[in-house]
Design a binder for this molecule. Structure first.
Ligand code: XMP
Length: 315
């Protein structure tokens, strides 16, 4: 890409050629799909409907944050509540790749229904070059399946439209700036959401624990960044572990779960190092998580593994 204005002009022309009628846009709140959605609405006007799915696996406050971002980008959008559908599709599933497959197909089925509701078969996605290069399989077949790429099964009537397919992240940022789409420094968040941060079975109460613990880690790391106790790390989050471990509440021994705190430095997520976190910050995190999840989480661990051999997420 040479220049964002030329890219925007040609992307709009291509979208108009590829989408004769209506289209839906899968908008996750990430920069890529937000730019794709804004381009689609510039090209197609109200014929393009941006859809944000509340999977029930989102972070605390995410629906509000993403809605505010879309409003700032002057995007018309709909929030589709689908927590029951996603949690239902994960019942009895513990295998991480199976979780991704179930979530991927729940997304597809939901987008099929939304497409039918808007009388179209076109699904616009914000896929960028590294997504499909990483999902290619041949080079790195151990990489985790990304739900948003290559996930359209042969029996689906949906036809993908990917206006950003050939762009790299810095190019998407340049296009975002050109289009007036805010691109705040946000840490990466996996497409399957908290499902891969709840190790083991994904049940509503375990998702709630993971969501609360994640929010506390984010708040305390951001507070520590504000206090200049550390530089903003690449990624920081909490993972709920499926162990029954012993704690004390008053005079009683109780059984609760454990939370692992993960903070990593990285350049491109291909390799990562566990960040060195001041003891005071870890203590605040542990105290707040065990207080907020009184008796439910009785132990907080700090994960000191680098990638490789560990991955960034636990699943
Ligand atoms: P791993 O755990 O493989 O993660 O070291 C590398 C980066 O990718 C994110 N990640 C995902 N992103 N769908 C996504 O869109 C996924 O299934 C997925 N799994 C991991 C992870 O948060 C990290 O930034």
């Amino acid at each position: 890409m040479n220049d964002p204005s030329q890219f925007v002009e040609s992307a709009i022309a291509r979208l108009r050629a590829e989408v004769p009628g209506n289209a839906i846009v899968a908008a996750s709140g990430g920069i890529d799909s937000t730019v794709a959605a804004v381009l689609a609405q510039r090209a197609l006007g109200p014929r393009a409907r941006a859809i944000f799915v509340d999977t029930g696996l989102l972070r605390q406050g995410e629906v509000e944050t993403v809605s505010a971002l879309f409003r700032e980008a002057h995007l018309e959008f709909e929030v589709v509540p689908a927590a029951d559908r996603f949690l239902g599709s994960l019942e009895g599933v513990v295998d991480p790749e199976e979780k991704r497959r179930r979530i991927g197909s729940a997304f597809i089925r939901l987008f099929e229904a939304e497409a039918a509701r808007h009388a179209t078969d076109r699904l616009i996605q914000g896929t960028i070059a590294p997504d499909w290069i990483e999902s290619g399989g041949s080079i790195r077949d151990t990489i985790k399946t990304h739900h948003n790429v290559g996930g359209i099964p042969p029996d689906s009537k949906l036809r993908l439209v990917e206006p950003l397919r050939d762009l790299y992240k810095d190019e998407v940022r340049a296009v975002a700036t050109f289009l007036g789409v805010p691109s705040p420094e946000r840490q990466p968040f996996p497409g399957p959401g908290l499902a891969v941060r709840v190790v083991g079975p994904v049940q509503a109460d375990r998702v709630r624990r993971a969501r609360i613990a994640n929010a506390i880690v984010e708040e305390e790391i951001e507070r520590a960044v504000g206090e200049q106790l550390l530089d903003r790390p690449w990624q920081y989050f909490a993972v709920l572990l499926p162990v029954r471990t012993v704690g004390v509440l008053g005079d009683n021994r109780v059984h609760g779960e454990a939370v692992s705190v993960r903070v990593v430095e990285s350049l491109d997520a291909m390799t990562a190092t566990a960040a060195e976190i001041p003891r005071i910050v870890l203590a605040r995190i542990a105290e707040r998580i065990t207080r907020a999840l009184h008796g439910e989480v009785v132990r907080v661990l700090y994960d000191i593994s680098d990638k490789p051999p560990a991955t960034i997420e636990w699943e």
